[in-house]
Design a protein around this ligand. Structure first.
Ligand code: ADP
Ligand code: MG
Length: 335
């Protein structure tokens, strides 16, 4: 937001062209966001912290997904990489056809300015305190050299979309936390990005205000067609978005899908179902509770059934025996 780097328009045209002609990896072809075996290692003094360890993620154009996970699981690392604020150590990552590992500094600046919008958790980090809401929204457009009238009009339009038309002339300190985050969303949308990334945008807000922010994000997703990825701590989020991706130890571990179903009474119900994620090498993370419940360790027995796979603890030393298809006590289903 504070950087001011002059970039000729011709460079942006070239960037778009490069992105269009660059061959897309087959995995995730057509996806808005592709992460393929993404690795991020931070080096701190002599220590290496592996924040992402081979993370796979595909997001379709126009999707609205939530990312959840314990503190330190790698959520912000992922968002910073997708936002072009940090560079991956290995693997592949691309957003809208832009390869995040191949970009030079100019491409990265343009990418951050035009392809994605970013909202931070800290309300204070999103806005300049001495500018009004409208002026804050105009800022990215000034950097992008949009004319004054057009700028003003677009800023007011965006503030209208986030429900703050009446507050356009207020400075951040005269706005509530929720209102500040709405302005931040408008700022992030100023240069019509195709992807909006929000890292715990409701982390400092109460539940009711958080839900309002989610409503705004949903409206932006459906009305403007912007792909939205939001990191949240809210355990109820899976009821609000179609897909919730859980990250554990730097990898996607499960996905919760929400769908509408018609009940016998003819009423629509929302059903949320959690799936384990199978990566391209066939690896699966069993939920910790399942591992603990059966005291699974190191090795498990698998048996392929016509419609599922059974997973049994390895009781090699006389504690169990060969599993049979009816050994339901030790049976774990992995669909
Ligand atoms: P989350 O957002 O899910 O809480 P982060 O992505 O911030 O997790 O962090 C993932 C891991 O990477 C943590 O172990 C964290 O300590 C480490 N980490 C994050 N950023 C840095 C950094 N700049 N330098 C060193 N380690 C980092
Ligand atoms: Mg974080």
């Amino acid at each position: 937001m504070s950087e001011i780097i002059e970039v000729p328009d011709a460079d942006f045209a070239q960037l778009e062209e490069q992105a269009a002609t660059r061959q897309r990896p087959r995995f995730g072809q057509g996806a808005a966001i592709v992460c393929d075996g993404l690795v991020k290692i931070y080096k701190v003094a002599d220590l290496e912290v592996v924040a992402l360890q081979g993370l796979d993620l595909l997001v379709d154009p126009g999707e609205f997904i939530a990312i959840v996970g314990a503190s330190g699981s790698g959520k912000s690392t992922l968002m910073n990489i997708l936002g072009g604020l940090d560079v991956p150590s290995a693997g592949r990552a691309s957003v809208g056809g832009h390869d995040l590992l191949a970009m030079d500094a100019t491409e990265r600046t343009l990418y951050r300015r035009r392809v994605i919008g970013f909202v931070w958790q800290q309300t204070a980090k999103n806005l300049l305190p001495y500018l009004s809401a409208r002026e804050n929204v105009e800022m990215p457009m000034i950097l992008d050299k949009l004319g004054g009238r057009e700028r003003r009009q677009r800023a007011l339009e965006l503030l209208g979309i986030v429900g703050l038309a009446e507050r356009a002339d207020h400075r951040p300190d005269r706005l509530s936390g929720g209102e500040q985050q709405r302005v931040a969303i408008a700022v992030a949308l100023a240069n019509t990005p195709s992807v909006l990334l929000a890292d715990e945008p409701t982390g400092e807000l109460d539940t009711a205000t958080s839900h309002e922010i989610f409503d705004v994000l949903r409206a932006i997703n459906t009305d403007l067609g912007v792909t939205v990825v939001v990191v949240t701590h809210d355990p109820l989020v899976s009821g609000q978005v179609n897909r919730t991706v859980a990250i554990r130890d730097g990898r996607t571990s499960s996905e919760t899908l929400r769908r509408r179903e018609m009940g016998d009474d003819g009423d629509h119900r929302i059903i949320s179902e959690e799936f384990a994620v199978l990566d391209r090498a066939g690896r699966l993370q069993l939920p910790r509770e399942h591992v603990e419940a059966l005291e699974l360790e190191r090795r498990v027995r698998l048996r392929l059934q016509p419609d599922h796979i059974g997973v049994w603890p390895d009781r090699a030393n006389g504690h169990g025996g060969e599993p049979t298809p009816t050994a339901s006590a030790g049976e774990e289903e992995a669909r």
